[in-house]
Each structure stands twice: as structure tokens, then as C-alpha cells.
Design a protein around this ligand. Structure first.
Ligand code: FAD
Ligand code: SF4
Length: 325
């Protein structure tokens, strides 16, 4: 690990001013950043600790759920209003990492965790995301776990977050704070970028910009929602394929549907065509199978991950059945 200095600012503006300089990096729970630093993948000259900032609140109001960016995965998963009105969020969190990690890891850090592509995390290999222009060995190499949607000839890494899949399905908006107190809101669906020919640029965040909160609109669909994660082992493992499903039913007819999937895309993957195919139909296997058939639209599987095309559809049908029951 490269040596680094440590700063713990007392307020957001001091943190933002510090982190806007090149070579600086925020640290929240540290569960991803510290490992990347130990592996020499991230080499910040200074880490700026967010620990003293006041963004830990979880506020469940009538119109929205507001999650402070420093709220931990454990606290959000255990919040009774999250479990009651946004079960897909609680379920996605409880399917992530381990209890120890969830006690440390935060909402903001979770959105910005880096890919688990093995080549990215091993500096012995080339990787366009880690070192722009060096190449992508995954395209013809070990790609079983990688993306079938949203990839490019430069990178096919999957976005690893479970939480982001649940949040993107529910139209979550991120609150960001930049230099001189400037604030802006960005829909989570627009926050992560497709790799294109710049896979090292992963989000629309500006230098030093801080995520301060994640705002999830309340909805009837969010109340009837769930998360299904399919993985190689039952715990402590990233998704092969996952589905976040939210349905609003009117006497068995699907009034509204929100669907996103994980483990398949280079970013948390929302499926508007599947949502459109479900709306107005009687909830049941016929509608679910017909809609799920559209899920892999545009998929470009690599040699080892073509199985995700079928798995995506089966996972989605099972998640829809569970949520509709
Ligand atoms: C063994 C293991 C298993 C895991 N399994 C899963 C899993 O199954 N599913 C899953 O979803 N995740 C999994 N994770 C990932 C875990 O969820 C993330 O490591 C965690 O959410 C990151 O949060 P953090 O607060 O620790 O972020 P940190 O490591 O502190 O930071 C991560 C990144 O976010 C930046 N950052 C942090 N907060 C902010 C902010 N507020 N504003 C701007 N930038 C910020 C940091 O600069 C850094 O670049 C696993 C991790 C490990 C180590
Ligand atoms: S898929 Fe992306 S992260 Fe993995 S080696 Fe290729 S460029 Fe790097």
C-alpha cells in the first residue's frame, strides 16, 4: 500500500474543499476503499474521512424515504419503515456482504463501490478501467461473472451493488453537494455511466462532489416489492443475476411495475420495456413470462456468461411471482 495522509474535516465544506484536489479520496465505511488501497488499485495521497459529517439520518416521511449518505447498511435494513414501505431495499441490503461489513458500509459508499472484475482488482493485469488504454483481458478471458448488457469493446464489468438495483427501480434521486455550497439532484438512473470508451469514468460526480442523501419516493409499488438474488453460494457472495421488482396491483391487474436487475449490466439495469409489457395485464405466469422474455433485449453475452440470458428471465419470473402473491 502506498503511504497516505489522513484528514477528518469537521464540516462538509471543508471536506469538499480538501477532496476536490487531485489525489484525494473520501472514505466512509472504508470497506471497499481500504481493500483497493491494500491491493494498490487505489493510491490516494490523502484520504478525507467523512466520519464527522452529519449525514446519518434515516427519515421516512409520507412522500419519501430520505437516507443520509452516511447511514449504514445495517441501520437502513433494520429500520421498521424501510422494511414496511420499501421491502425491496431491506431485502437487497440483507442479501449483501456480511453483518460485520454492513455495520460499517454506508449508503453513499455503496453507490460508489468499484467493480469486482478480477482483472481490475489485480494490478498484474491490464485493465482499461484501472489504467485507461491498457486493454481489457476480460473480453476474451474470465468473464463468467461479467455484464451482458451495457458493455463496450473497452469494458464489460458489472456494477456490483445490490442496493443500487433496488434503489434505481424505485426512482431514487441522489442529493449532491459541491464546492461553495452548491447542491444538485441527480436521478440514480443517470448517475452511473456506461463504459463506452472511457470505462474509468464511472459516474457524473465532479471532483470533490459529495453524496449527502438518497431520496426514494413513496409509492404503492414500493410497498409491494422484493429482491431476489441468485449467486454461486447462499451468502457473502455477489449476484450472478438479481431482480428488484415493485408492483402496484388493482384487483390482480398490474397498474404499475418497476423492475431493475443486477449482475447483468455495467450499471444497475432498469428495464422499462419489461415494465411496459406488464402494465395493464393480469398478474400471473402468462404475463410474467411474456414480459421477462424482453429482459435480455440488447444483450451481448461473452463466451462464459451466455447462461445469464436465460437466468435473467427465470429470476425475474420468480421474483414477480413472489411479489404478486
Ligand atoms: C467481502 C465483501 C463482500 C461484499 N458483498 C457485497 C454484496 O454482496 N453486495 C453489495 O452490494 N456489496 C457488497 N460488498 C460491497 C460493500 O457493500 C461496499 O464495500 C460498501 O457498500 C462500500 O461502502 P463504504 O461506506 O464502506 O465505502 P468506502 O469503501 O468508504 O468508499 C467507497 C467509495 O465511495 C466513495 N465515497 C464514500 N462515501 C461517499 C460520499 N458520501 N460521497 C462521495 N463519495 C463517497 C469513496 O471515496 C470510495 O471511492 C462487499 C464487500 C466486501 C468487502
Ligand atoms: S471488464 Fe472492465 S474492469 Fe474488467 S478488465 Fe475489462 S476494462 Fe478492466
Amino acid at each position: 500500500m502506498q503511504s497516505f495522509s489522513y484528514l477528518r474535516p469537521a464540516d462538509a465544506d471543508a471536506a469538499i474543499a480538501a477532496a476536490a484536489q487531485p489525489g484525494k479520496k473520501y472514505i466512509a465505511g472504508g470497506t471497499d476503499l481500504m481493500q483497493l488501497m491494500k491491493d494498490d488499485v487505489e493510491r490516494p495521497a490523502q484520504i478525507v474521512d467523512l466520519d464527522a459529517l452529519p449525514y446519518t439520518k434515516i427519515e421516512a416521511g409520507p412522500d419519501a424515504l430520505r437516507l443520509g449518505a452516511l447511514a449504514t447498511m445495517s441501520d437502513v435494513a433494520a429500520h421498521p419503515e424501510v422494511a414496511r414501505k420499501y421491502p425491496v431495499i431491506a431485502q437487497a441490503l440483507l442479501a449483501s456482504a456480511s453483518p460485520q461489513l454492513r455495520n460499517m458500509a454506508t449508503m453513499g459508499g455503496n453507490m460508489l463501490q468499484r467493480t469486482r472484475c478480477g482483472y481490475f482488482r489485480d494490478t498484474g493485469f491490464a485493465c482499461n478501467k484501472r489504467e485507461p488504454g491498457s486493454g481489457c483481458p476480460a473480453i476474451h478471458g474470465q468473464n463468467r461473472l461479467l455484464a451482458i448488457l451495457g458493455g463496450s469493446g473497452h469494458c464489460i464489468a458489472t456494477h456490483p451493488s445490490d442496493l443500487a438495483v433496488a434503489l434505481v427501480a424505485l426512482d431514487t434521486v441522489l442529493e449532491l453537494r459541491g464546492a461553495n455550497g452548491a447542491t444538485r439532484q441527480v436521478a440514480l438512473g443517470d448517475f452511473h455511466k456506461l463504459p463506452g470508451d472511457t470505462p474509468h469514468i464511472e459516474t457524473v460526480l465532479q471532483p470533490g462532489e459529495l453524496i449527502t442523501a438518497l431520496v426514494v419516493p413513496a409509492s404503492a409499488a414500493a410497498r409491494r416489492s422484493g429482491y431476489l438474488k441468485v449467486r454461486d453460494r447462499a451468502s457473502f457472495e455477489f449476484a450472478l443475476v438479481s431482480a428488484a421488482v415493485a408492483l402496484d396491483l388493482d384487483g390482480g391487474v398490474i397498474r404499475d411495475a418497476r423492475i431493475a436487475m443486477g449482475g447483468v449490466g455495467t450499471k444497475p439495469w432498469r428495464l422499462p420495456a419489461v415494465e411496459g409489457a406488464l402494465r395493464g395485464h393480469q398478474a400471473g405466469d402468462v404475463a410474467f413470462a411474456a414480459a421477462a422474455a424482453q429482459a435480455p433485449e440488447g444483450a451481448m453475452p461473452a463466451v462464459q456468461n451466455a447462461f445469464k440470458v436465460k437466468l435473467m428471465q427465470k429470476t425475474l419470473v420468480r421474483a414477480l411471482r413472489t411479489v404478486a402473491a
